[in-house]
Design a binder for this molecule. Structure first.
Ligand code: CA
Length: 448
């Protein structure tokens, strides 16, 4: 180690030893931490419940992300210096070509040229932990935070405009059966199977009385092909994250039948999950990383910051789309083609929503994803009996809590229960996490 890095290391330990509240306050101004700070005087501040944090074991990690608004907390934490504020100046965020690549890269790990973790649809961290989508190789993962809620939608090809295909589908059976008997079954796509995007499209159809397995054709389409295939009429619909629904309307390729915020307001969306071996080896770095993510989520939820956020995300190395295409959905302004929405509570949210915390990973939401997987026959029925143990192994909400407390997050913003309670969907169906079987029993369309 050179003299320089010795000095840096010593200074770094000094910074890490000071009250995190001070670092947090500096972070709010978007400044990097000071390099000379006294360790002795605790800083008095409104967030005085902050506890001193131990120095991170490492200052680097490699996280994968996909170019959709879900990734914003990772990109913003990096760009605004929030990771650095908490002692993780060298976080690498790596754009993934698609979800399959994200999965393959976390399986290899950063030592093999892959990643240590990153952004995930659900229940991917479970499927990877159990070896279900990794050729039977179990790669245990920890879910550490939810990245966002809402911000996704279902795009429909323009040829179906004006036929009553909306959040509630008018004359639903006739619309789909007419196509089916004409030999042109409605084709709905997503970029990765058995995860959020497929769940939203299935829920929307089944909630309208359409059996997604017999009345329509569901298919996986590579990300790069989705817009072109919708344009060419190869498919009729696809489920995707912002800003793509807005882009499709702007390019006059299609319209949006439903925002996911309409299917399930404040629904769970995507998560930060990291390999268990990395977290177990680097517990302090994990909390430092989480604090950077949380600070970014707070910043992202301030609508005054969303113009700057759109400008950062639009850069070529991140999303590579025009800033205006990003800004509209970020402000809750959606031109859905046949109708429009202008409501910030329907936009992608990162820190808080009407139901409470967005960042905190509720175990009750993991249970919904596992239950929904059983509903459609993606996971065996006995998953429900094992779900509690499985969730305890994978969902580390306890680490989120510790990080939040150390950071001085207000007690009111730290959920007291691992369950968000009973959830309600657009069709009136309810999911009580205390009784997932009752939810399955109540559903008319299912494979279980
Ligand atoms: Ca998504």
């Amino acid at each position: 180690m050179s003299n320089f890095s010795n000095v840096s290391r010593r200074q770094f330990v000094t910074i890490a030893g000071v009250s995190t509240a001070a670092v947090l306050l500096k972070g709010c101004l978007g400044n990097p931490p000071e390099t000379t700070t006294s360790t002795s005087t605790p800083v008095s501040s409104p967030v005085s419940s902050a506890q001193p944090a131990a120095a991170p074991e490492v200052q680097t990690i490699k996280l994968g992300y996909l170019p959709i608004v879900e990734a914003a907390p990772l990109i913003i934490a990096k760009e605004k210096g929030f990771f650095a504020n908490h002692g993780m100046p060298d976080v690498k965020i790596d754009k993934q070509a698609n979800w399959g690549a994200a999965r393959d890269n976390v399986k290899i790990g950063s030592a093999g040229g892959g990643t240590d973790g990153g952004q995930w649809q659900m229940p991917m961290p479970y499927l990877i932990s159990e070896g279900i989508i990794t050729d039977k190789v179990k790669v245990p993962m920890y879910i550490l935070a939810q990245l966002n809620t809402q911000g996704n939608g279902i795009a429909i090809a323009n040829k179906h405009l004006g036929k009553g295909v909306s959040i509630k589908i008018a004359e639903q059976v006739a619309f789909f059966s007419k196509l089916k008997s004409a030999g042109a079954k409605f084709k709905a796509a997503y970029t990765f199977p058995k995860a959020n995007q497929e769940f939203w499209i299935r829920y929307w159809l089944a909630g309208n009385g359409i059996d997604p397995d017999s009345e329509v054709e569901l298919l996986t389409v590579p990300t790069a092909q989705t817009v072109a295939d919708l344009k060419r009429g190869v498919m009729d619909a696809f489920s995707t994250g912002d800003p793509w629904p807005t882009r499709i309307v702007a390019d006059k390729i299609g319209f949006i039948s439903a925002l996911t915020a309409e299917i399930w307001k404040n629904h769970p969306e995507e998560y930060l999950a990291i390999r268990k071996d990395w977290v177990d080896k680097n517990p302090n770095a994990t909390k430092a990383l989480l604090k950077g993510v949380m600070e970014a989520q707070q910043w992202c939820d301030n609508f005054d910051n969303r113009k700057e956020m759109a400008s950062i995300l639009s850069k070529r190395e991140y999303f590579g789309v025009p800033e205006t295409v990003l800004l509209e959905p970020l402000m809750g302004k959606y031109n859905l083609g046949e109708r429009s929405v202008d409501d910030k509570s329907m936009a992608v949210l990162y820190w808080k929503d009407e139901k409470g915390s967005v960042s905190y990973p509720y175990q009750s939401h993991d249970l919904w994803f596992l239950t929904e997987s059983v509903r459609w026959g993606f996971l065996p029925k006995d998953t429900l009996a094992k779900a509690k143990d499985l969730i305890k192994q994978v969902n580390r909400e306890d680490i989120w809590r510790e990080a939040a407390k150390e950071m001085g997050v207000a007690a009111a913003d730290i959920p007291t229960s691992t369950s968000r309670g009973v959830e309600e969907f657009f069709d009136g169906t309810k999911f009580d996490p205390e009784n997932p079987q009752a939810y399955l029993d109540s559903l008319k369309i299912k494979r279980v």
